[in-house]
Write a protein of this length. Structure first.
Length: 190
């Protein structure tokens, strides 16, 4: 090993990034901006604004399709490698994850007023039910009730500690940034 930094110029990659950036910017200016501007125009006949992007994105047929994808790929979870091969099975699992995320986002979108009105109660309920859900999920994956209690506290403790670490980091950053701002203001005022 000679411990040298060897730089290889990849001009084709630079050209590809420049072309993709140029095409994306062109499509945004040519189609994206006019579309967003049309979203603010009221229909003269009805007096209503057009449907928002969120309403178009979270439609009931799409939600049902996401649930069906989750159910089918969840049912075939153990045999995906044999059916599709190891390469495509990873993509199928990724598709299942995207379908789960879409289904949860749809539920949150349709019940957003209820969630905002009862946010504190829902948070306390989720906090109380989280350990129970972890034990049940581990029991289902383990195939027995005893499997749910083996190591389940480790999962609860690890995730709880990790979440609290991030909360404390956020508090610390907030305090540091706030104090730095106060010091700057004090210096300017002095």
């Amino acid at each position: 090993i000679s411990n040298e930094l060897i730089l290889v110029q990849r001009w084709w990659l630079l050209a590809a990034v420049v072309v993709l950036t140029m095409a994306g910017r062109f499509l945004y200016v040519a189609y994206g901006q006019p579309f967003l501007a049309n979203q603010k125009i009221v229909d003269v006949a009805t007096g209503l604004l057009p449907e928002s992007m969120a309403v178009r994105f979270f439609r009931l047929p799409y939600f049902i399709a996401a649930i069906v994808i989750v159910a089918v790929l969840g049912f075939l979870a153990g045999s995906l490698d044999g059916l599709l091969g190891p390469g495509l099975a990873g993509y199928a699992r990724f598709l299942r994850a995207l379908a789960i995320i879409y289904a949860l986002a749809s539920v949150m979108f349709y019940f957003r007023t209820f969630i905002l009105a009862h946010f504190s109660a829902l948070g306390i309920t989720a906090l109380a039910l989280y350990p129970v859900i972890v034990v049940l999920v581990l029991a289902l994956y383990g195939g027995s009730v005893a499997a749910g209690f083996q190591g389940s506290l480790k999962w609860v403790d690890n995730y709880g500690i990790q979440i609290l670490i991030y909360v404390m980091l956020a508090w610390g950053l907030n305090i540091v940034v706030g104090l730095a701002g106060l010091l700057d203001l004090g210096y300017v005022a002095f």
